[in-house]
Write a protein that binds this ligand. Structure first.
Ligand code: ATP
Ligand code: MG
Ligand code: MG
Ligand code: MG
Length: 566
């Protein structure tokens, strides 16, 4: 590629609306251009990067036997009504009507379409397991699109779906996906962490998120530095950006035992109630001087919803507390907000019983143990003595110390179980000829978010530093006085042609810009390797080489330059 033919609209200054470094750099380096809130055009340089990520993801999916398909973005409401999500999904689902007044939505995810597809194709257990995937634009009408493509409304996702005759087969594919995800993020040169997670509106039981560790991350994760324990404990998606630079809400909660403060924060930032309860459990876990566990409720209605659907471990104590107890603790009755303090002995038996239903340990002494459902995934059976635990102490499995960090969620894998296959009446015949409902898994990677996440981790004050595997070009030839000096022009053109012929992703800066301007632009766009060609060095039969993170350049003899670069 010759830069004179390229579209590279770089900016000297970051536009004021860009709050985090990756957004600033993506605009400055001319990777993206905003069209509307959370909606972007990808320019040539940005597109090259996301195509590289896409290629890595595709390779790793193909390696584990997943089959690529392409499903539509426009999805008929009927399928979403069958699964129940037409009602449940909320305003993030962008809905519209066609000219016949039929309801449609733009896919935020594709469980319905894929279940409907394979329902018609798979008749026998012998055709299972099967895993399909696509790499396709999604649309979610995010309440607070921000940070550029990090939280866009339209974004590129790899989404995979697997179908199984039994839960053991699902567990095997889940494990293969887990490993494929580790491969993907390792190949991309990212510092990441896999954590236990909440399965949110997708549903299902077991799930893990993959987080790129970065201070601008919207999630707070807690992990042990001496074992595999790691969990997402808080999402700060709904917090104003200014608070992201301070210690997180969750960190403060862990330090502050005052439930009134927490209630005030919930009110102020309109924190999602479920996340808050989770945070409170962490608080209780890390500050158990008193025998109290705080449960925050926002009136009976919401409380009931939580009870019924997701929190057997929360539901039990609340069922045991009389309505009067709760009202008294809340203060003003339904619709109001306030902390409820319930003594642990009062709730522990029931809680433990609810947990053992999910396979947690049985011989638990109620007074001394309390189960923490870190990611609402009680099935994991993390039951432990937390009476004296604090951040910095050992955690659930007895090894290492608890640490907290901010993370950017770049991947998420779920064991869905039968949620969609049951709702959409998919069955296959088992080996006895009996109709059974298959198990499902689903697995997402945020491809466009990864571009931003990689920049959050890899930049300096001059600009982006692409990890080699996703760099738009690996090498730039930067001639001084291109077009003016015949010797420089000739050498640069020859080197460019030779490298191209050898298949090296090389770019030639033939724009004839002043060296200072040229160098700072090339640093901004983050190309890993640079060769500078100038009359002075050429007179000594040398060129200058500098890696993007090298302190200074080194001279290379012109007759060894190919050898050096290849
Ligand atoms: P988040 O918690 O950040 O809202 P999510 O949990 O809603 O993400 P999933 O449903 O798990 O997202 O989707 C799979 C992946 O898609 C996420 O792990 C993330 O990398 C990516 N993703 C989700 N929402 C967005 C978005 N608004 N912009 C860019 N990427 C996104
Ligand atoms: Mg989301
Ligand atoms: Mg999430
Ligand atoms: Mg997720």
């Amino acid at each position: 590629m010759r830069l004179s033919n390229y579209y590279l609209p770089t900016l000297k200054e970051a536009p004021a609306e860009a709050e985090i470094i990756s957004h600033q750099l993506m605009l400055r380096a001319g990777l993206i251009k905003q069209v509307s809130s959370g909606i972007y055009t990808w320019l040539p340089l940005g597109l090259t990067v996301y195509k590289k990520i896409e290629a890595i993801v595709r390779e790793e999916m193909n390696n584990i036997g997943a089959l690529e398909i392409d499903m539509p973005s426009a999805q008929p409401a009927e399928l979403w009504q069958d699964s129940g999500r037409w009602q449940d999904y909320g305003p993030e689902l962008l809905r519209f009507k066609d000219r016949h007044q039929r309801d449609f939505c733009i896919g935020p995810t594709h469980e319905e379409i894929v279940t409907d597809l394979l329902k018609g194709e798979v008749q026998s257990y012998k055709q299972l397991p099967i895993t399909v995937y696509q790499i396709q634009k999604k649309f979610r009408d995010e309440i607070r699109p921000r940070f550029g493509v990090m939280r866009g409304r339209e974004f590129l996702m790899k989404d995979a779906y697997s179908f199984h005759a039994d839960s053991a087969s699902l567990a095997t594919t889940y494990q293969a996906m887990y490993q494929a995800y580790q491969q993907i993020f390792t190949r991309m040169g990212l510092d990441f962490c896999a954590v236990e997670a909440d399965s949110g509106s997708i549903g299902g039981s077991r799930s893990h998120e993959f987080h790129v560790l970065a201070d601008s991350g919207e999630d707070v994760i807690m992990f042990s530095d001496g074992s595999d324990f790691a969990s997402n404990i808080e999402s700060t998606q709904s917090l104003p950006v200014t608070t992201l630079t301070e210690p997180t809400e969750a960190m403060r909660l862990v330090d502050t035992p005052d439930t009134k403060t927490i209630a005030a924060l919930v009110e102020k930032y309109q924190l999602p109630i479920e996340k808050t309860i989770k945070t409170l459990v962490v608080k209780a876990a890390t500050d158990c001087d008193s025998d109290l566990i705080a449960l925050l409720v926002r009136g009976d209605h919401e409380l009931n919803a939580i009870k019924a659907e997701k929190h057997p471990w929360v539901a039990s104590p609340l069922q045991m507390a009389s309505e009067d107890d709760i009202r008294q603790a809340i203060g003003a009755g339904p619709g109001s907000l306030g902390p409820v303090n319930l003594p642990i002995p009062f709730i522990a038996d029931e809680t433990v019983a609810a947990m053992s239903d999910f396979g947690a340990g049985a011989n638990i002494e109620a007074k001394h143990y309390f189960g923490i459902n870190w990611g609402r995934d009680v099935a994991l059976g993390e039951v432990m003595d937390i009476r004296n635990a604090k951040v910095g102490d050992s955690s659930p499995d007895g090894s290492g110390h608890l640490r907290m960090a901010r993370g950017i969620e770049v991947g998420h894998i779920f064991q869905l179980g039968k949620k969609y296959s049951e709702a959409m009446q998919m069955t296959v015949l088992d080996e006895h000829g009996k109709a059974v409902t298959p198990y499902m898994g689903c697995y997402g990677v945020g491809v466009t978010r990864l571009v931003a996440a990689a920049i959050e981790q890899h930049h300096d004050d001059k600009g982006i530093i692409w990890p080699p595997a996703i760099a738009p070009f690996s090498l730039v030839i930067a001639p001084i006085n291109y077009g003016k000096s015949a010797a420089v022009t000739q050498f640069a053109d020859d080197l460019y042609q030779t490298l191209r012929d050898k298949g090296i992703p090389v770019v030639l800066d033939d724009r004839g810009k002043r060296p200072g301007v040229m160098f700072s632009e090339l640093e901004l766009i983050g190309i890993p390797h640079r060769v500078v060609i100038g009359d002075k060095t050429l007179a000594d039969n040398e060129v200058e080489y500098q890696g993007r993170t090298d302190e200074s350049s080194q001279r290379i003899a012109t007759d060894t330059v190919l050898e050096f670069l290849l």
